[in-house]
Design a protein around this ligand. Structure first.
Ligand code: S3P
Length: 431
């Protein structure tokens, strides 16, 4: 499926589940590897990014049994049980793999190199290498980029004030803090996703959260996990926006994680006039999950900035699509981080949606969309960015004729089976 031809769709109907949460799947593998004993994980996301983490951990000596695509056992090796890999660790296209592993590897008794594909080698790594060096880590980068050559060392507990709201940076420092000689504090500038903190607390680590400040104590052992990973709200987002935009739709996504650090898009869509209900809320593995239902809705433009941005940082490509169908202006600001995701998501979504006839203006830290505008047939490029590819496929459902999304294979980086799931909701077929 290198090119995906998406046709305009009649109403979408049905109840579906989305694959497991990507952020939690990475963390379950990494933390399970450091635990004393075996962790059982179900609902694991077998996507390109998470499988990259799995392969790296195996190369570090961790035995991971996959019982089926989503159920696995991680044989933890304890905090000091990882082994030097025989070759550089390939994080493929996964920023989470590279940044979080760097935190763990900085404090080991061996050295190793973290590398990845050309997309990952373009992403900024100074945001982790500099604070890790303040902890005493020895890391060589190439002008702020991977490959990262890490020589494991004793680390110092350090007080960090972040100038970017990033869960990957926070998590890298907290994981390194497990290996430090005293407490490590991370002072965040925004409420980035807190899955690392929740899992560490569940595993018995001494972790203290006060507002945006998180402190972790060094740990000599972690309890193993028994975890059912919630559905990924960032994957559900594409189906929910599709259901809101395609006339006559009613779509339910079951078992979705609704951790408040992840649900900025739901708040924003509601403030745009979306009909969304949250039902059957329950606790699962230290996270809240629920069934989310949307009905096709008339949307109005909205202004988004401040803390809400980090709570929906992965959802801006699909929000931009929703904004093209909303009445009035949608203004996104404080979202400069979008420029350093898998692609420059501000530039990439502007180019693709303009090609379909949208009125969208880039800004240094966001974009402005004026709507509603009809979207037209076009061939658009995902540039190898999974979230861009899925957002453009959603745009194709409401366009007036076929939209071809180039380089659509990357969807499997976070949402294997997306095309089939969308097809199952659609009353008219898609190519
Ligand atoms: C992630 C954090 C976010 C997000 C990414 C996953 C994580 O990145 O965009 O998809 O699992 O910690 P940043 O920390 O760079 O914002």
């Amino acid at each position: 499926m290198t090119e995906w031809a998406v046709r305009p769709s009649g109403g979408l109907h049905g109840r579906v589940c989305v694959p497991g949460d990507k952020s939690i799947s990475h963390r379950a593998l990494m933390l399970g590897s450091l635990a004393d004993g075996t962790s059982q994980v179900s609902g694991f996301l077998p996507s390109g990014d998470c499988l990259a983490t799995l392969a790296c951990l195996r190369a570090l000596g961790v035995q991971i049994e996959m019982h089926d695509a989503t159920t696995l056992t991680v044989h933890g090796r304890g905090m000091r049980g990882l082994r030097a890999p025989s070759a550089p660790l390939d994080c493929v296209r996964s920023g989470t793999t590279m940044r979080l592993l760097a935190g763990i590897l900085a404090g080991q008794a061996f050295g190793c190199t973290l590398t990845g594909d050309s997309q990952l080698l373009r992403r900024p790594m100074r945001r982790i290498t500099e604070p890790l060096r303040q902890m005493g880590a020895e890391i060589e980068d190439t002008d702020g980029h991977a490959p990262l050559v890490i020589r494991g060392r004793a680390l110092r507990g350090t007080d960090h004030s972040l100038d970017v709201a990033s869960a990957q940076v926070k998590s890298a420092l907290l994981l390194a803090g497990l290996y430090a000689d005293g407490p490590t504090t991370v002072r965040q500038c925004g409420p980035a996703r807190d899955h690392t903190e929740r899992l560490l607390a569940a595993m018995g680590a001494a972790i203290d959260v006060r507002g945006l400040d998180v402190t972790v104590a060094p740990a000599s052992s972690l309890h193993p996990l028994s975890l059912r990973v919630p559905g990924d709200v960032s994957s559900a987002a594409f189906l929910l926006v599709a259901g809101l935009l395609v006339a006559g739709s009613q779509v339910t996504v079951e078992g979705v994680g609704i951790n408040p650090t992840r649900t900025g898009l739901l708040d924003v869509l509601r403030s745009m006039g979306a009909s969304i209900t949250v039902e059957n809320e329950q606790q699962q593995g230290g996270e809240s999950v629920a069934d989310l239902t949307v009905w096709a809705s008339e949307l109005a433009g909205v202004e988004i900035g401040g803390d809400r941005v980090v709570r929906m940082i992965d959802e801006f490509p699909v929000l931009a699509v929703a904004a093209t169908q909303a009445q009035g202006k949608t203004v996104v600001r404080d979202a400069g981080e979008l420029r350093v995701k898998e692609t420059d998501r501000i530039a990439a979504i502007v180019i693709a949606l303009r090609r379909m006839g949208a009125q969208i203006e880039p800004q240094p830290d966001g974009f402005v969309v004026s709507g509603p505008t009809p979207l037209h047939a076009a061939t658009v490029d995902s540039l190898g960015d999974h979230r861009l590819a899925m957002a453009l496929a959603v745009a194709g459902l409401v366009a007036d004729a076929e939209v071809v999304v180039r380089d659509a294979d990357c969807i499997a980086d976070s949402f294997p089976g997306f095309e089939e799931l969308l097809r199952s909701l659609s009353s008219r077929g898609m190519a």
